[in-house]
Design a protein around this ligand. Sequence first.
Ligand SMILES: Nc1nc2c(ncn2[C@@H]2O[C@H](COP(=O)(O)OP(=O)(O)O)[C@@H](O)[C@H]2O)c(=O)[nH]1
Ligand SMILES: [Mg+2]
Length: 309
Amino acid sequence: MPASGGFASLREAAARTRSALAGHVSAVFGRTELDGSAWDNLEEALITADVGANMTDLLLERLRGRQRRGDVRTLEDLRRALAGELLSLLDGAREPEAFLPEGLTLVLVVGFNGVGKTTTVAKLGRHWQRAGRDVLLVAGDTFRAAGSDQLSVWADRLLLPCIVGQRGGDAAALAFDAVSSSRARGYDLILMDTAGRIHTKTNLMEELRKLRRVAERQDVHIRTLLVLDATTGQNGISQARAFREAVGLDGIVVTKLDGSAKGGALFAIASEFGAAVRFVGTGEGADDLAGFDPEVFVETILSPELNNV
Ligand SMILES: Nc1nc2c(ncn2[C@@H]2O[C@H](COP(=O)(O)OP(=O)(O)O)[C@@H](O)[C@H]2O)c(=O)[nH]1
Ligand SMILES: [Mg+2]
């Protein structure tokens, strides 16, 4: 992934995310003075973009504090202060790749149905292959036949090797096979798609826990990446908690940022899960993935020129 391409697409996606904040934020920052209704508009803008009630309260409290200290006198001061606060929420998300060790690594890509897991596995496969890793894709969503087909179609198109589980088969056994065959064939990065729903009555989290446990018996680094759909807004937070409890979280990929009016949830997610947002999905194509860059994201959302659109 060329850096400029990645940033450009993040910029584009953030610009579209901005559309929710945009009208309201421009109403705030397009005024002539910083009065009470500017504060009300800002609150409304943050809520509309799904920053979340708690996070909005926290942000406003901090900004008011800065106003009391005399740091915020004008609208431009407010804009700058807001940018600083938003950035500090995202602090730590600066190195998208840092969670990935060298040596044989199994990345479990988890998340509920429809969030974009399979597509993200393909995008990440391409990204890391270009970065020089020997990538193996594993179609571990054994719940839906279409799920496996979808990943093999991607793999063919991207010229990536892919192993496919049997419908209804055991994902843990598949992970085991993937690790063994990676050793035999020299792959060093296994990207495993997983089910967002399962056939049996045992629950999904139980199944994932077992998958991780079995994988841990092999000599392989394990990382879990959670895929969250930006359009689900605040729901992403409870999803992240559930998956973190089941399999731990090394990172989050936020998809569909291109179509989302709720990108604000990303601030709440980032603040609760620390350095966890690694990548963002910015479209349906194989290259529509960008390393998450907090500065670009915040700058784009609050950029006055863009807010005039
Ligand atoms: N606009 C947009 N669509 C996406 C993105 N990621 C995935 N999708 C679409 O979301 C739908 C569900 O994706 P899929 O990978 O099958 O989700 P899964 O059920 O979690 O495996 C598909 O139509 C994808 O093309 C993204 O970043 N942006
Ligand atoms: Mg899928």
